[in-house]
Design a protein around this ligand. Structure first.
Ligand SMILES: [Zn+2]
Length: 557
C-alpha cells in the first residue's frame, strides 16, 4: 500500500515505535549544528560511570566501505570535565584518547566535528542539509560498547522547517523528528545514519513492515509516487525471496536519498540505507509521454535501491565470520566480498526483473554490461575475486591507471560467479541459487558465515562437491564458462566487434585531443609503447579495420 507523501507518524511523533525508556542510557550523546556555514557539528557525551582512565576513540572506517578513512582528522579539540573540574585528555594514537577522571562522577566530553564530505560514508552540514554517520561523529566509549546508548539531536535554530529522519528507535522526539533516540549498543548506534533538511517524504508497507523514503534536494517535478510504488515492489520481492510469506527480520526500514547534480552511491545499514543519485536519474511528472518507459538512469537508481535493500540480509545479518564484531580502529579482512557484494550485485538486477520493473531484454542488457566490464579488464587474469576481496582495503577504493591491469572487481566478477553457480544448479538439479541463499540463511541463522558454509550448502543442493568450481571461479583466474552456461539455458550469446579504443587496448578521454587514461596489458597500444597520461596527437600506421589517417605525427607524444 502506498500513501501520499507524508512522513510516517511513528517516526515523527512521540508515539515511539518502542516504549519510552525511563532509565537514562549509561552513555548519552548530544548533537547540535554548531555552524552551518562552517560545516561543524558540536557533540557532547555524558558517561555516567566512567573508568578511572576512560579510553575513547573514533572509528577509522565505516562498515560497508572497506577503506581506512581516518575520521578523527575532522575532530576538533577534545575537552573533558566533571562538574567544574577539567580532566586531562591524553591522546594515545591518531584516533584515541585516555581521560583521567573520578569514576564516581559523570564524565562529560565536548568536541566539534568538521562535516563537509557529501558522500554516504561520512558527514555533511550546510545551510541546506545535515547528514551524519555515527562513525564520523560519535566517539566509542571503551568498556561500554555493549550497553545502551542514547542520542539526542537538537533542532537547528536557523532552520525551523528542517525534519530529521533515522531508523534508530525514538524515545521522545518532536513532530519533525528531533529529540532523543536509543540504541541497544554502540554497533547499533553507528548503524543508523541521520538525515536532516527539508525532506520529501513518503511511506509504504511491504509484507506488513512500514517503510519510509525521504529525499533531500528533490526537484519540483520529482515523481515521488512512482519511486515509492517501484521501491515497494522491490522490497516485497526481496522479502518474498528470503522468507516467502513470513515477516522479515527488520520491523521498519528507511531509505534516505540525497539528490545531487551528478552522483551515484549507497551504503547499507541494518534498517536503512543512505543513497546518492543524480537529478536526471529521478522519475519526473513532466517527462514526455514517450519517456514513460523506464530510462537507463532510473533503472540504475532502482538497481541501487535493490542492491542496498538486499544487503539488509546479505552482509548486515548473514555476514563474513570476520565481521562478527567489528574492529573499528583497523582493517577487518575477509576473502568473502565476492559473495557479499558480488552475489548482491547479481540479485539486485535479477530482483528488478522479478519485480516486473525490467523485461527480459532490459535484464540481459544489464547482464551484458556486467560481462563486458569484466572481460575488458586484463586484471581478471592476474587476481582472483577472493584475493580482490582481501585487498579491498588496499585497492578497490583507490583506483588508478593500473587498476584494470592489476585487479578484478569483486562486484562485477562476483555477480558473474553467482550467475555461473545459479545456472549450474539449474542445469544439474531442481534447485537454484535462491535455494542456496535461503539454505545459508538457515544454516548460519542469519549470522556469521564462512566459505565452508557456502561450499556445504552447494554440495547439499547440488548432490556433489563444488570444490572445483570454487577453486576455479573464486580462487582462480581462468575465464568463467559464461557463454556455455548461458547457451545451455537458451540464451544466445552474440559477440560484437569491440570499439576501436578497446581493440587497441586503451581507455581514453576525449576533450579536444585524446588523452590515454589506461593502457591495457597485452594490447597493441601497450606493445607499441604507449603509456597512461600520453596525449595522442595522431597515428602514422593503419588502425585495425580503419584507413590510416593522412599526415599524422608519431603516436604517444
Ligand atoms: Zn554493496
Amino acid at each position: 500500500m502506498t500513501k501520499r507523501a507524508r512522513p510516517a507518524p511513528a517516526a515523527r511523533t512521540g508515539r515511539a515505535r518502542e516504549p519510552a525508556q525511563a532509565t537514562p542510557a549509561p552513555v548519552h550523546y548530544d548533537v547540535r549544528a554548531a555552524s552551518l556555514h562552517g560545516h561543524r557539528f558540536a557533540v557532547q557525551i555524558t558517561i555516567d560511570r566512567p573508568a578511572a582512565v576512560q579510553r575513547v576513540s573514533l572509528p577509522a572506517w565505516i562498515p560497508g566501505s572497506y577503506l581506512i578513512r581516518e575520521f578523527a582528522r575532522h575532530l576538533q579539540p577534545l575537552q573533558a570535565t566533571q562538574g567544574r573540574t577539567a580532566c586531562a585528555c591524553v591522546q594515545i594514537d591518531k584516533a584515541s584518547w585516555d581521560i583521567e577522571c573520578d569514576p564516581r562522577r559523570p564524565l562529560v566530553l565536548r568536541y566539534e566535528v568538521y562535516a563537509f564530505d557529501n558522500s554516504v560514508r561520512t558527514a555533511w552540514l550546510d545551510a541546506e542539509r545535515g547528514f551524519f554517520n555515527g562513525t564520523s561523529l560519535l566517539l566509542r566509549v571503551h568498556g561500554h560498547e555493549r550497553q545502551p546508548h542514547e542520542l539526542t539531536v537538537h533542532p537547528v535554530r536557523q532552520r525551523r522547517d528542517w525534519q530529521l529522519a533515522t531508523a534508530m528507535a525514538p524515545v521522545a522526539v518532536d513532530a519533525q523528528g528531533f529529540g532523543r533516540y536509543r540504541a541497544a549498543d554502540y554497533d547499533e548506534l553507528v548503524d543508523h545514519p541521520v538525515e536532516m533538511g527539508t525532506l520529501w517524504s513518503g511511506t509504504f508497507t511491504a509484507a506488513g513492515v512500514p517503510h519510509r523514503f525521504v529525499v533531500a534536494g528533490a526537484p519540483a517535478a520529482f515523481d515521488g509516487e512512482r519511486l515509492l510504488r517501484d521501491t515497494q515492489k522491490i522490497c516485497e520481492t526481496a522479502i518474498r525471496f528470503w522468507h516467502g510469506a513470513r515477516r522479515p527480520p527488520h520491523d521498519r526500514y528507511l531509505f534516505m536519498l540525497n539528490v545531487v547534480h551528478e552522483g551515484y552511491g549507497g551504503l547499507e545499514h541494518r534498517a536503512s540505507t543512505a543513497l546518492i543519485c543524480g537529478r536526471a536519474d529521478l522519475p519526473r511528472h513532466d517527462a514526455p509521454a514517450d519517456a514513460a518507459r523506464v530510462g537507463d538512469g532510473y533503472v540504475t537508481l532502482l538497481g541501487l535501491i535493490s542492491h542496498e535493500y538486499f544487503h539488509t540480509w546479505n552482509v548486515k545479518r548473514l555476514r563474513p565470520a570476520e565481521f562478527e564484531r567489528y574492529d573499528y580502529q583497523s582493517e577487518n579482512y575477509t576473502r568473502l566480498l565476492w559473495f557479499f557484494e558480488g552475489f548482491t550485485s547479481y540479485y539486485d538486477d535479477l530482483l528488478l526483473r522479478r519485480a516486473g520493473l525490467l523485461d527480459d531484454a532490459g535484464y540481459l542488457k544489464l547482464l551484458t554490461k556486467t560481462a563486458n566490464q569484466v572481460l575488458q579488464a586484463p586484471g581478471r587474469q592476474v587476481q582472483s575475486v577472493a584475493q580482490a576481496s582481501f585487498d579491498a582495503w588496499l585497492r578497490y577504493y583507490r583506483p588508478d591507471e593500473n587498476t584494470p591491469n592489476s585487479t578484478v572487481s569483486y562486484y562485477t566478477k562476483g555477480a558473474l560467479v553467482a550467475l555461473c553457480f545459479d545456472l549450474t544448479l539449474r542445469h544439474e538439479t531442481e534447485h537454484t541459487l535462491d535455494d542456496a541463499m535461503r539454505a545459508l540463511w538457515r544454516r548460519c541463522r542469519g549470522g556469521p558465515m564462512t566459505e565452508g558454509d557456502f561450499a556445504a550448502v552447494m554440495a547439499e543442493l547440488g548432490g556433489r562437491s563444488f570444490a572445483r568450481e570454487i577453486a576455479d571461479w573464486v580462487h582462480g583466474t581462468a575465464e568463467l564458462p559464461l557463454k556455455a552456461q548461458l547457451e545451455s539455458q537458451g540464451v544466445k550469446v552474440l559477440e560484437e566487434p569491440s570499439q576501436l579504443a578497446q581493440t587497441l587496448g586503451l581507455r581514453v578521454a576525449e576533450n579536444g585531443g585524446i588523452t590515454l587514461k589506461v593502457v591495457l596489458d597485452g594490447g597493441p597500444a601497450a606493445e607499441a609503447g604507449m603509456a597512461a597520461g600520453d596525449e595522442w596527437l595522431g597515428c602514422n600506421c593503419p588502425l585495425p579495420g580503419r584507413r590510416a589517417a593522412p599526415r599524422t605525427p608519431p603516436a604517444g607524444a
